[in-house]
Write a protein that binds this ligand. Sequence first.
Ligand code: MG
Ligand code: MG
Length: 241
Amino acid sequence: MYEANQIVAELLCTIRRIIEPGLSTFELDQIAEDFCVKKKAKPAFKGYRGFPSSLCVSINEEVVHGIPSRKRKLLKGDIVSLDFGVCKNGYFGDSAITVPVDIVSNDNNKLIKITEDSLLLAINEVQIGNRINDISRIIQEHVQKSGFSIVRQFVGHGIGKSLHEGPEIPNFVQTGHSPRLLAGMVLAIEPMVNIGTHNVSVLKDGWTVVTSDKKCSAHFEHTVAVTTNGPLILSSQTLFV
Ligand code: MG
Ligand code: MG
């Protein structure tokens, strides 16, 4: 799983570095496709329930699952969420980042920071004996303290020999039973945070999730293993930055 996730991490780092106004989201997807060929990895999203591309590219009010297009070009001031997954030797990796395009508004900078920080805080909770709800709670608290809102219709997930496995990992506290974390579990934790309302809808393309008030949204995701030594971030980008 480390190998798969490091392919994902390297691609996200590569794209982060080249992001600039004028690039089309299609060009970003091509880079992801070519990288999969080079690394002999299968793009996890392409063909998943009919999704047409290797990379999800979601701009501004788009939350997740944006479809790359030759017509959609990045503009100065946009924020762009990049979600990528691969399968390598039967195991999956999944990670996402949100990147500013050139200079962005203070609100958008804050949104990006709060979302990433909520993920990092959540990763600290990936300890044997904790519950999924401990992850959910810290994300919810950090985000709501800042005045932003948490997307509720989409959640994190277990990951392994499939892209999406149990348990679900909501970014808000749930009532009822919450599973305990055991050594060897691998979790894709992925807060999706909106500046305005938490409500979202899906565009007519059947995929792109957008905020109902058209205010911006950010998304960060890491694949993290539960180990006796604490959290191990399999999709860590530290080797590539
Ligand atoms: Mg993802
Ligand atoms: Mg995921």
